[in-house]
Write a protein that binds this ligand. Structure first.
Ligand code: NAG
Ligand code: NAG
Ligand code: NAG
Ligand code: NAG
Ligand code: NAG
Ligand code: NAG
Ligand code: CA
Ligand code: CA
Length: 582
């Protein structure tokens, strides 16, 4: 409907400006006119061309105005014309819609539309307005209103911008030429469809010959083969984006891309020395470090890490080598005790191997070094022939009896003489003596097994050369039993016999004890010492029963108790019993 109205009332003349420079063109004008009178009303000026709406495909109800025009006078945008305008002064052009009266002003007589303000396409690209012709006297519309558009025409007033810059990128060292690093993107606020104001071309300003950029896709690629991180790690690449398709007069913007080469394992470990020498004391503790070696690696991170191992010279498995996680050094540690007297030096072969095998470079890398370890004689205390001695002695042994002898020797090259002592804290009674020179232990005081069966004492061996070199041994002295105690009755017995006691009746059970401790245990024998009285008997060897055979007025008897040990009759002792008349 709208179009139909336009067809009948207005004809559009569109001025299409061919830009030859970036400067805004002055005095351009367009005119909208009625169809019947195809009179071009715009002033002819250079670079302007008039197109009629008859040309199909051309959007006819449009006017164009250049953005950013900054002349002293308002710019003429175009002219409205109607067939009703026959030169009479009765009609009046009226403008309404976006910017009417503020941005766009119409000469109500001539229909000239001027832009009163500087316009910015990037702010607002088009304005929709309506035009109408009204009767000047009556203010009555003479036509229905007609809509048209004023388009703000782009000029290249915006440079390309790298919004996301500056960029960071990384690529492995030794990458092939053409390996993509990263991609940058510039934006241009100008009209992307009209002209070349937003047609960008990328180029590299700094960073050649190492990197290149694809001028349209803006992908940065490696341009030089064999870039080595160990030589240089970081590159600053400056990228330019230029509009107008890169041609002269275009605007440009730049950004930086910091390209970091990432490490690959392209360097082997290398020992700081071909051979190391360490001197370690013979008495170095197990697990204690004896020396450190270091294989340096020019790579970083995992690629610089090495594992160490001993591949030769350690037949007895005395050493091990571990990696210090902090320093990447190899620490030689002791696994078994050293003995200077049997082996005074070791020649070890150690290797450091990169823990990461790199497929490109065909690792793992390794390096080898020799480590000479010289053992230093440590001043060691004398060594006893045994750590514990066990001696025994009979309890009735005479004073000065030799119980046994201990021996210790200084293993050091100096072979110092040794002196022996008893640690008196372990022999408070001073029960024993020791010969300082030959280690013979003798009895100092009589023993009693029944008081102390064990005398566990500590003896020391001290080097004459250095009294601080002391070692100790335990001497356990067991006191052997002899039968030096007579059997005794367990209690004192007093037996009673009733008047009506019958023959065969048990009057009393007796048992005996003995402080001695024969290995087979005690066997006691009992005997009645009652002469000529057959009226009482004793039974059983283990304990005694006084057996009444016949009642008796009164009897008193001595009972002899004998203890037996190991088949040997021991000295007996008599006890008494009396059986009074009830
Ligand atoms: C164009 O406009 C300028 C001011 O912007 C004026 O000085 C000049 O005379 C005008 N030229 C024409 C052909 O109208
Ligand atoms: C260690 O190597 C040296 C020479 O490098 C040699 O003289 C020495 O006998 C070797 N020692 C051992 C324990 O193999
Ligand atoms: C004696 O032995 C001690 C303990 O091993 C040691 O610290 C000290 O240096 C030695 N003294 C001498 C004179 O060798
Ligand atoms: C003394 O040593 C012996 C043998 O080691 C042990 O059987 C005994 O129990 C020890 N005696 C004491 C009192 O420590
Ligand atoms: C008691 O011991 C004696 C002497 O060893 C032995 O002759 C006798 O047979 C023993 N009597 C009993 C009952 O064991
Ligand atoms: C030695 C003794 O005392 N024997 C006596 C045993 O018992 C008879 C009967 O009672 C006495 O007659 C015995 O004298
Ligand atoms: Ca590397
Ligand atoms: Ca490496």
């Amino acid at each position: 409907m709208q179009r139909d109205l336009w067809t009948s009332l207005l004809l559009v003349w569109i001025t299409c400006v061919q830009y030859s420079s970036m400067a805004p063109l002055n005095n351009q004008s367009q005119s909208l006119q009625t169809a019947s009178a195809m009179i071009p009303r715009n002033r002819p000026s250079e670079g302007q061309r008039i197109l009629s709406r008859a040309k199909r495909g051309w959007v006819w109800n449009q006017m164009f105005v250049l953005e950013e025009f900054s002349g002293p006078d308002p710019i003429l945008v175009g002219r409205l014309h109607t067939d009703l305008d026959m030169g009479n002064k009765n009609i009046k052009y009226v403008l309404a819609g976006e910017g009417a009266g503020t941005i766009f002003a119409i000469n109500e007589r001539t229909g000239d539309i001027h832009a009163m303000k500087r316009l910015d396409r990037e702010e607002k690209a088009e304005y929709t307005l309506t035009a109408q012709v009204i009767d000047r006297d009556t203010d009555k519309p003479l036509e229905p209103p007609s809509e048209f558009i004023i388009k703000v025409q782009d000029i290249n007033d915006n440079p390309p911008q790298f919004i996301e810059g500056p960029y960071k990128g990384s690529v492995p060292e030794m990458s092939q030429v053409g390996t993509s690093v990263t991609r940058v993107t510039a934006t241009d606020a100008d009209d992307p469809v009209y002209g070349n104001s937003a047609r960008l071309v990328y180029s590299i300003l700094e960073g050649q010959p190492y990197f290149s950029i694809d001028q349209t896709t803006a992908i940065i690629r490696v341009a030089l083969a064999g870039m080595d991180r160990e030589m240089r790690e970081e590159y600053l690449v400056v990228i330019q984006a230029k509009d107008m398709g890169g041609h002269m007069g275009g605007l440009s913007g730049t950004t930086t891309v910091t390209v970091t080469l990432t490490d690959i394992n392209d360097n082997p470990p290398k020992f700081s020395k071909g051979s190391y020498e360490f001197t370690i004391p013979e008495d170095l503790g197990i697990g204690k470090p004896g020396g450190r070696v270091k294989a340096n690696d020019r790579d970083i991170g995992e690629n610089a890490k090495s594992a160490y191992s001993i591949i030769g010279g350690d037949e007895r498995d005395v050493f091990e080598i571990v990696t210090d996680a902090q320093t990447q050094e190899g620490i030689l540690r002791l696994k078994k005790p050293l003995d200077f007297e049997s082996k005074k030096s070791y020649n070890l072969t150690v290797v450091a191997t990169n823990i990461r095998a790199d497929s490109i470079t065909g690792g793992p890398y390794m390096d080898q070094a020799t480590v000479k370890i010289i053992i230093e004689d440590a001043d060691e205390p004398p060594v006893f022939t045994k750590s514990a001695y066990l001696f025994d002695v009979h309890e009735n042994a005479a004073i000065n009896t030799v119980i046994g002898a201990v021996a210790a020797r200084d293993q050091d090259a100096t072979h110092s003489q040794v002196r022996y002592f008893i640690d008196r804290h372990t022999d408070l009674e001073r029960q024993f003596n020791i010969n300082v020179d030959d280690g013979k232990i003798t009895l100092a005081k009589p023993l009693d097994r029944e008081t102390d069966m064990w005398h566990n004492i500590t003896v020391t061996a001290t080097e004459v050369r250095n009294h601080s070199q002391i070692s100790r041994a335990i001497v356990a002295i067991k006191v052997l039993d002899i039968n030096d105690n007579a059997p005794e009755f367990a209690t004192e017995y007093e037996a009673f016999l009733c008047e009506n006691g019958k023959p065969g009746q048990v009057i009393q059970t007796i048992s005996a004890v003995d402080k001695d401790n024969p290995s087979q245990g005690h066997t006691f024998h009992y005997r009645l010492e009652m002469l000529n009285n057959p009226n009482f008997t004793i039974k059983n060897n283990l304990s005694m029963f006084i057996y009444s055979r016949k009642r008796e007025a009164s009897v008193s008897a001595n009972i002899v108790c004998l203890a037996q040990s190991g088949g040997m009759h021991l000295k007996g002792k008599s006890g008494g019993i009396s059986v009074p008349k009830s």
